[in-house]
Design a protein around this ligand. Structure first.
Ligand SMILES: Cc1cc2nc3c(=O)[nH]c(=O)nc-3n(C[C@H](O)[C@H](O)[C@H](O)COP(=O)(O)OP(=O)(O)OC[C@H]3O[C@@H](n4cnc5c(N)ncnc54)[C@H](O)[C@@H]3O)c2cc1C
Length: 429
């Protein structure tokens, strides 16, 4: 079972469900379906058994690497017949322990499904199988922005049935929008094997501004229309002394026009005294370096000690209140209480670190953080999903009727419950 963190201490609420155990005959059957891509070497399996944050660990003995939808279908048909539990896995970078097994589920990896299937003109976009480290690999092929919009997926249901709804149409109002059902299902309703993606043309000009600011709220009001991330700068010598940092990216087709707009904005915030320091980049390497400051916050936090992670959606004007409140509540028991995220989207990544896992810190944080969020009519998961770690708190953001309907849909699409068990939906009493 999982180890290192609260999970090993509190268990997962119940034991392994009565799925079959992988047998020699199963291995032979899988070898016929995906020859040479049936992995049982414990050293190779290690990376797929542990999540990116190294907080959840499973003990699967089998990793399968299909290349095609047909192979995924044959694998699932076999697992369904044999009652073997399956854990779909993509890049294994998820934050909620959804991508690694809890016990010995078979790991079905899409890592080799990484070729762009077809590519239409700019108005349509590419059709990509799911192992395309989207957007990076797909992007390399089609030269587009990461702001791609998934259109229609192709997926394989728990019993191996292939549902091909792939389409590059922009509008399609024929029946229920099944695509939406699969968004957020986190591998519990089916395995997605391809998506078509609508891509805007690659922007000709990209500017990134990195600003130090004195104040969260006023800045939020000014820049919330832009794509921005509020960064944690408090303790960083590299970043100087400002209490808050903001990363703003603008993209467009006319460099001169975009620069003029950004400069107007910068002049305004500098003269208001809100922004005390800053830098602007248009050069590709410098843009990348500035974004790295944002991208590596998670990694830096992991090195600070044990991390209690929350990913909340809140009204923008209340976004930072919980951070200051928790600093007072936790006092010296917390090493750091850090808030960063996507200011324009009202998405707060709240992270608390302590020397080692502490039940007392956890007891102060939970259920307080979830109750506080529910009072604001916020969401307990803005973008990370529920996975294994957060499945018990779904009820703070959805009414009991919605939970019941989700359970019913799960039972309809995966009657044996073999797909990503112990994930997303709360354990049924
Ligand atoms: C440094 C860092 C920065 C991040 N920044 C952001 C951010 O800005 N915005 C944001 O939204 N997220 C962010 N994340 C989290 C992000 O949600 C995940 O990293 C990423 O989306 C997960 O993709 P993955 O392929 O690694 O999926 P995995 O972690 O492999 O899987 C995630 C879930 O999807 C399921 N799954 C995987 N493949 C399939 C499939 N083919 N069919 C059905 N189910 C499947 C898994 O079972 C699991 O439940 C960040 C993560 C890291 C490490």
């Amino acid at each position: 079972g999982p180890s290192g963190g609260p999970f090993s201490r509190h268990g997962i609420g119940r034991g392994r469900l009565p799925f079959s155990v992988v047998s020699g005959e199963d291995l032979a059957a899988f070898e016929r379906i995906v020859p040479g891509r049936v992995i049982t070497d414990p050293e190779v399996l290690e990376a797929s058994n542990v999540d990116w944050l190294r907080m959840v660990r499973g003990s699967s003995v089998l990793l399968l690497r299909p290349r095609t939808t047909e192979e995924v279908s044959h694998i699932l048909r076999h697992c369904h017949e044999r009652n073997l539990a399956v854990n779909p896995q993509g890049g294994n970078t998820g934050m909620v322990g959804g991508s690694v097994p809890v016990f010995d589920e078979v790991i079905l990896s899409t890592a080799l499904m990484n070729q762009v299937i077809s590519f239409h003109d700019m108005s349509d976009g590419p059709v990509c199988p799911c192992g395309c480290g989207a957007p990076s690999e797909a992007q390399a092929s089609v030269q587009t922005l990461p702001a791609q919009r998934p259109q229609w997926p192709q997926w394989v249901l728990a019993d191996g049935m292939v549902l091909n709804c792939l389409s590059t149409l922009r509008k399609d109002n024929t029946g229920y929008d099944l695509k939406q059902l699969f968004i957020g299902s986190e591998g519990t309703l089916g395995v997605i094997t391809a998506v078509s993606i609508l891509c805007p043309p690659k922007p000709r000009a990209v500017s990134v501004a990195f600003l130090g600011s004195l104040c969260w709220k006023m800045l939020g009001e000014i820049v919330s229309f832009l794509v921005c991330s509020l960064l944690w700068g408090n303790q960083s010598r590299l970043w100087g002394q400002s209490p808050f940092y903001v990363l703003i990216e603008t993209s467009g087709s006319r460099a001169g026009h975009d620069a003029e707009k950004l400069n107007d904005f910068l002049e305004q915030v500098l003269s208001s005294g809100l922004v005390t320091d800053g830098t602007v980049a248009t050069d590709h390497l410098k843009v990348k370096a500035l974004w790295a400051l944002r991208e590596r916050i998670s990694e830096a936090l992991s090195r600070d000690g044990y991390v209690y992670k929350y990913d909340l959606s809140l009204p923008t004007e209340r976004l930072y209140d919980l951070v200051t409140d928790l600093r007072v509540r936790l006092g010296p028991r917390a090493k750091h209480v850090v808030g960063y995220g996507h200011l324009g989207d009202g998405n707060l990544h709240l992270n608390v670190t302590s020397e080692a896992f502490s039940p007392s810190v956890l007891g102060t944080l939970e259920p307080y953080v979830y109750e506080w969020t529910a009072e604001q009519r916020g969401s307990v998961s803005a973008e990370h999903g529920l996975g294994f770690k957060k499945r018990g708190v779904l009820g703070y953001s959805k009414p009991p009727e919605a939970l019941r309907l989700m359970q019913q849909l799960k039972a309809l699409l995966d009657p044996k419950g073999i797909l990503n068990p112990y994930k997303t939906l709360p354990a049924q009493a």
